[in-house]
Design a protein around this ligand. Structure first.
Ligand SMILES: [Fe+2]
Length: 137
């Protein structure tokens, strides 16, 4: 069973992540959390996949995270940065001196994430990467 400091955190809506997250919640009881703009992603993809019955307000998740939100992680705190561009709902999780950037910023030889999915935005991705790079070392 999930404790108060347990959660399955999504950096963004990536189909295989979403399926795995719901499976994890079912198996562990850990609440699912994701960026607050997940509804923007759902509204883009629902008509493309003829998912007429999909609620597009993020209700499939237990908590929608805004910029600056915090989550407990043992004696640490997870802080949320909204870093859109790859998708409108991408977030970066700051834990101690580490930044978990999802697909916003990839390995040096790959550079940035793609932003050509529906709802992706190159200018937003660039701004998000600048935000990440402005973090302390
Ligand atoms: Fe992705």
């Amino acid at each position: 069973m999930a404790g108060e400091d347990q959660a399955a955190v999504h950096a963004h809506a990536h189909a295989n992540h979403l399926v795995g997250g719901h499976w994890l919640r079912e198996k562990t009881g850990a609440p699912l959390v994701i960026g607050a703009r997940i509804g923007d992603v759902q509204r883009v993809f629902a008509p493309r996949f003829a998912m007429d019955d999909l609620a597009t307000d993020g209700r499939q998740f237990d908590k929608l995270l805004e910029e600056g939100a915090t989550l407990p992680l043992g004696n640490l705190t997870i802080r949320v940065l909204h870093t859109p561009g790859h998708t409108p709902a991408c977030v970066t999780y700051l834990i101690g001196d580490a930044a978990f950037v999802g697909d916003t910023l990839l390995m040096p030889d790959y550079g940035s994430a793609r932003c050509d999915f529906p709802g992706g935005d190159a200018a937003m991705l660039h701004a998000s990467i600048q935000k990440i790079l402005a973090l302390p070392p």
